[in-house]
Design a protein around this ligand. Structure first.
Ligand SMILES: CC(=O)SCCNC(=O)CCNC(=O)[C@H](O)C(C)(C)COP(=O)(O)OP(=O)(O)OC[C@H]1O[C@@H](n2cnc3c(N)ncnc32)[C@H](O)[C@@H]1OP(=O)(O)O
Ligand SMILES: O=CC(=O)O
Ligand SMILES: [Mg+2]
Length: 520
C-alpha cells in the first residue's frame, strides 16, 4: 500500500490492515474460481444457448423458507438518494428529503486512490454525524441537518481490483477493500446506535457469488465478535444471469440479506453483453429501452414477487433524468420521473432511487404519499402468471438511428474522459451518466458492428462507419467542452480508449478495466 497521509493514515491502522490481509488470504482464491465460472457459463451462452432457470436448484425455488427478519431501520426505504463519496455530496445526500443514502464506491465513483481513501474518511465522519465541509471556491459551509438519511455503502464489483494494495505480491479485490475498511471503521458506531452495518453489493451473476459474500460477512462478524446478521446487504440484480438466480441468491444470503434492487442500467448493459452473439436480441437505440419494454417490466415484476414471498424488500432503480434550470424543461422532466416511479410502485416495489436531491419532492408524492404503509411487502403478486425465461429475454422492438449512434459516441467519450479524470458521475445532455449508462452506449455500438445492423439512414454499421462518426463527434464534443477541458480532461486518451474497446474483435468486459490502467 502506498504511504497514507492525513486522516486516512490514522484510520487505516495496523489492525485494519491485518484484518484486510486475513480476508484477502482467506477469500481471494475462491473468488478467482467463482469468476472463472462466469467465463464458463458465458461461453455456453456465446455458443447459442439462452440463459434459463437452473433445474438443479428447483428445490430452493419451490421450498418454503424466508430470509432473517429485517432490522427495523431497514423496513422503510421509500426513497434512496445515491451518489459518489466525495465530501460535499455525502453531506448533501444525508440532508436530502429521503429515507436512505446509498454512498457509492461503484458506478458513480471513479476509483482513484485518493477518492477511495477520502471516501472512507467521509463515511467514517458521516457515521459519527461529525462531518462538515467548506467549498474552497464558493466559501459555502456544509454541515449535517437533523435526522440524516440512513447510510448504506455500495462496494465495488467483484471484477475490479484495488491496484494500490498488494497482498502476497498480488493486487486485491476492490470490493473487499471497500467492504473491510467500511466495516472496521464503522461497526462499533453503528451497532452502538442500535443499527447494523449495511451494504449494497453490485453486479453479481450467480448465487455462488452471493454465497462468497455471505461467507465474507459471517467471517467478519465472527472476527469482530458481532452477532450473525449484523451485516445486511441489498443485492443489485443488475446482470441478466442473476435474474434467473434471484431465489438462490436470497437463499444463499438469507442470514444477511435485506433486499434486492433493480439496477436497470447495468441490467441493460448485461443484456447486451450476455447476448452479444445472439443476432435476434440486439437492442435498438438506448433512448427507447425504457422500463416499459417487456423484458424490463418482467424483470421488475419477478423481482418484486420473488422478494416479497421471502420477506425481502424489492427496491426500484434509477430514472436517469436530472433537474433542469429551465422551468418548462424541468416540468417535463419531473413528469417523466414521476411516470417512471408510478410504474415501479404499481409493480409493487418498496422504494426507489433518485440521482439528485431536486427529485425528492416529486418522487415522495409517489413513494411516500402514494404508499399505504412504509413498504409494499404485502404485495405478493400471487395472481400473476409465472414469468417465463422467454419474457425475461424478449427482443425489444425499436429503431437504430444515426442520431442514436452519434449520441452514444458523444456520451461514451465524455463519460470516459470524466472517469479517467477522477469523476465517476456527470451530467451529459440532461441525464446522469455513470459507469453503467456509459457501458450501454459503447456496447450497443460494438454489437451493432458485430451484427452489421442497418441504421435509419440506410447505412450498415461497420468499424469504418464508427471510426468516421467518432472522428466527427469528437470534434463536436471538443467544441462543446472547449479547448481547456479537452486538454485537461484527457479527451485524446478517452477517444483512443473508446475506439479501442468499440473496434475490439472480442467485447471488452468492462470499460472500467482498461480505464483503470489510465488513472493514478
Ligand atoms: C446506474 C447507477 O448506478 S445509478 C447510481 C449511481 N449514480 C448516481 O448516484 C448519480 C448521482 N448524481 C450525481 O452525481 C449528480 O446528481 C450529477 C453528477 C448527475 C449532477 O450533479 P451536479 O451537476 O452537481 O448537479 P446540480 O448542479 O444540479 O446540483 C445541485 C446541488 O445538488 C447536489 N447534488 C446533486 N446530486 C446529488 C446527489 N446525488 N447527492 C447529493 N447531492 C447532490 C450538488 O452537489 C449541488 O449541491 P450545491 O448546490 O451545494 O453545490
Ligand atoms: O447500479 C444501478 C444500475 O442501474 O446499474
Ligand atoms: Mg449498476
Amino acid at each position: 500500500m502506498p504511504p497514507l497521509s492525513g486522516k486516512a493514515a490514522s484510520l487505516i491502522d495496523t489492525n485494519a490492515q491485518q484484518f484486510l490481509v486475513q480476508l484477502v488470504r482467506k477469500f481471494r482464491p475462491q473468488l478467482q474460481q467463482v469468476l472463472a465460472h462466469r467465463q464458463q457459463r458465458q461461453a455456453v451462452i456465446d455458443g447459442g444457448q439462452l440463459p434459463d432457470f437452473d433445474a438443479n436448484t428447483a428445490a430452493i425455488r419451490e421450498g418454503d423458507w424466508r430470509i432473517a427478519e429485517l432490522p427495523k431501520d431497514l423496513t422503510k426505504r421509500r426513497l434512496e438518494i445515491t451518489g459518489p463519496v466525495d465530501r460535499k455530496m455525502v453531506i448533501n445526500a444525508l440532508n436530502a428529503n429521503v429515507d436512505c443514502y446509498m454512498a457509492d464506491f461503484e458506478d458513480s465513483q471513479s476509483p482513484t486512490w485518493d477518492g477511495i481513501l477520502q471516501g472512507q474518511v467521509n463515511l467514517y465522519d458521516a457515521n459519527r454525524q461529525d462531518i462538515d465541509y467548506r467549498d474552497p471556491t464558493s466559501g459555502k459551509h456544509y454541515q449535517l441537518a437533523d435526522n440524516p438519511a440512513l447510510l448504506i455503502a455500495r462496494v465495488r464489483g467483484l471484477h475490479l481490483p484495488e491496484k494500490h494494495v498488494m497482498v502476497d505480491n498480488e493486487v486485491i479485490p476492490g470490493g473487499l477493500f471497500d467492504f473491510a475498511l467500511y466495516f472496521y471503521l464503522n461497526y462499533q458506531t453503528r451497532t452502538s446506535q442500535g443499527s447494523g452495518v449495511y451494504y449494497y453489493v453490485p453486479k453479481l451473476e450467480h448465487a455462488e457469488e452471493a454465497q462468497w459474500w455471505a461467507d465474507v460477512f459471517s467471517f467478519t462478524e465472527d472476527y469482530f465478535k458481532q452477532p450473525r446478521s449484523t451485516i445486511r446487504a441489498t443485492i443489485l440484480i443488475e446482470t441478466l444471469p442473476a435474474v434467473f438466480q434471484m431465489e438462490e441468491i436470497l437463499y444463499a444470503m438469507r442470514e444477511h440479506i435485506a433486499a434486492l434492487n433493480c439496477g436497470r442500467w447495468d441490467y441493460i448493459f448485461s443484456y447486451i453483453k450476455t447476448l452479444k452473439n445472439h443476432p435476434d436480441r440486439v437492442l435498438p437505440d438506448r433512448q427507447v429501452v425504457t422500463m416499459n419494454q417487456p423484458f424490463l417490466n418482467a424483470y421488475s415484476r419477478l423481482l418484486v414477487k420473488t422478494c416479497h414471498r421471502r420477506g425481502a424488500l424489492a427496491m426500484g432503480g434509477m430514472a436517469a433524468f436530472i433537474p433542469s434550470k429551465d422551468a418548462t424543461e424541468n416540468t417535463a422532466i419531473l413528469a417523466k420521473v414521476k411516470a417512471d416511479k408510478e410504474l415501479e410502485r404499481s409493480n409493487g416495489h418498496d422504494g426507489t432511487w433518485i440521482a439528485h436531491p431536486g427529485l425528492a419532492d416529486t418522487v415522495r408524492e409517489v413513494f411516500v404519499d402514494g404508499l399505504e404503509g412504509v413498504n409494499q411487502l404485502a404485495v405478493l403478486r400471487e395472481q400473476d402468471a409465472p414469468i417465463t425465461a422467454a419474457e425475461l429475454l424478449a427482443p425489444s422492438p425499436g429503431e437504430r438511428t444515426e442520431a442514436g449512434m452519434r449520441t452514444n459516441i458523444r456520451v461514451a467519450l465524455q463519460y470516459i474522459a470524466a472517469w479517467i479524470s477522477g469523476k465517476g458521475c456527470v451530467p451529459i445532455y440532461g441525464l446522469m451518466e455513470d459507469a453503467a449508462t456509459a457501458e450501454i452506449s459503447r456496447t450497443s455500438i460494438w454489437q451493432w458492428i458485430k451484427h452489421g445492423k442497418t441504421l435509419d439512414n440506410g447505412a450498415v454499421v461497420t468499424t469504418a462507419l464508427f471510426q468516421q462518426y467518432l472522428t466527427e463527434e469528437a470534434q463536436v464534443v471538443r467544441q462543446e467542452v472547449g479547448e481547456e477541458r479537452w486538454q485537461q480532461e484527457h479527451f485524446e486518451r478517452a477517444t483512443a480508449l473508446l475506439e479501442e474497446i468499440t473496434t475490439a474483435p472480442e467485447l471488452v468486459e468492462f470499460l472500467t478495466l482498461p480505464g483503470y490502467q489510465l488513472i493514478d
